[in-house]
Design a protein around this ligand. Sequence first.
Ligand code: SAM
Length: 328
Amino acid sequence: MQEQLTDSFGRRIEYVRLSVTDRCNLRCFYCLPGDFRNFPEPDAWLGFDEIERVIAAFASLGVSKIRLTGGEPLLRRGLPDLAGRLARLLGIADLSLSTNAVLLARQAGALRAAGVRRINVSLDTLRPDRFAAITRGGRLDKVLEGIMAARRAGFAPIKINMLALKGINDDEFEDMVEFCLEHDFTLRFIETMPVGAAGRAATRHYLDLQEVKRRLASRFELIPGMMPGGGPARYMQVAGTRLRIGFITPISRHFCATCNRVRLSADGTLYLCLGQDYRYDLRALLRSGADSAQLRAAIVQALVLKPERHEFREKPRQVIRFMSMTGG
Ligand code: SAM
C-alpha cells in the first residue's frame, strides 16, 4: 500500500505548491518592494531533474496535487517541458498553475498540451490605470489577452483571484462579479496577509471578507455553493447563474485545521506553513546524492515541523520572506 504523508496534527498532506522562480514581471505593492532586485542566482534554483525527483518522492507519499507558482511561473524558461514531466509522474492527478497572465497568451496552448488542467489568474482590477498603479507598471490588456487565450486553449474553470484592498479596489467588487458572469469565470476574493515587508505595509488596506460578502449579497442573490478543487475557499453561487464566488479568509476565519499543503521554493527549501518560518532544506540533500528512499525519509521528517496554524494576527512580523518566494 502507498505510504501517506500525515502531520503531527493528523492532517493528510496531498498538495504541493511549487514555486519555479521567485522573479516576477510585476511589482504588486502588497507583494514586493518596488525596487526589489535581489534575486538569488539561478544555480541555486532546482533544475528540472531535481524538481522531478522531489515531486516524484512526494507523489510516492500520496501527494496528488501540484500547483506551479512563483514569482511569476511563466518566466521560468521551459515551463511547459517541466509541466509535462510532472503531469506524467505516477500519482499526480491534478496539475495547476497560478499566474498573473501577462505572458499567458503565448504559452497557454503549450501548457494545456503539457497536462496543466486548471489555471488561476491573479487580477485585482479591471481598470488599466489602476492595474498599472497596483502592479507598478503592468499592462492590463496583456492580462486580458492571456486569460482569453487560456480559455481558447480549453482551460476550464478559470479562476480569477482578487485581493480585496480597502481604498484601492473596493469600489470594483461588483464590476468583477459582472465580468466573471459575462465570461463564465470563477471569482475568488482573498484577504491581505502580512507576508514580507510589503505584505505587512499593505495590511492597512486589509478588508474582512465577511463585509464583502454582505455587500455582494445586497446586490446578488448568493446561495451556498461548492467547487471541485476549491481548497480553502468558501463558495457561494449567484442564484440562477453558473458563477461561483469563493471567499478565502486566512485572517478573519483561518482554515489551518484543514491545511493539506506544503510549499517548495525555487531554491529547494520546503516551507511547512505560509504564515510561519519552519523550513527544511531539500536542495542540500538532493545535491548530496540522496536516493529516493532518503528523499522520502527527509520529507516525512520535515513534516514534523509543520505547525498547527499560522500566527498572522499574534505575530504579524514573523514572516520576513516575500510572498514571491512561496507563491501564495
Ligand atoms: N505570479 C503568480 C500570480 O500572480 O498568481 C503566482 C505568485 S503570486 C505571489 C500568488 C498570489 O499571492 C497572488 O494571487 C497574489 O495576489 C497573492 N499575494 C501576494 N502578496 C499577498 C499578500 N500580502 N496577501 C495576500 N495575498 C498575496
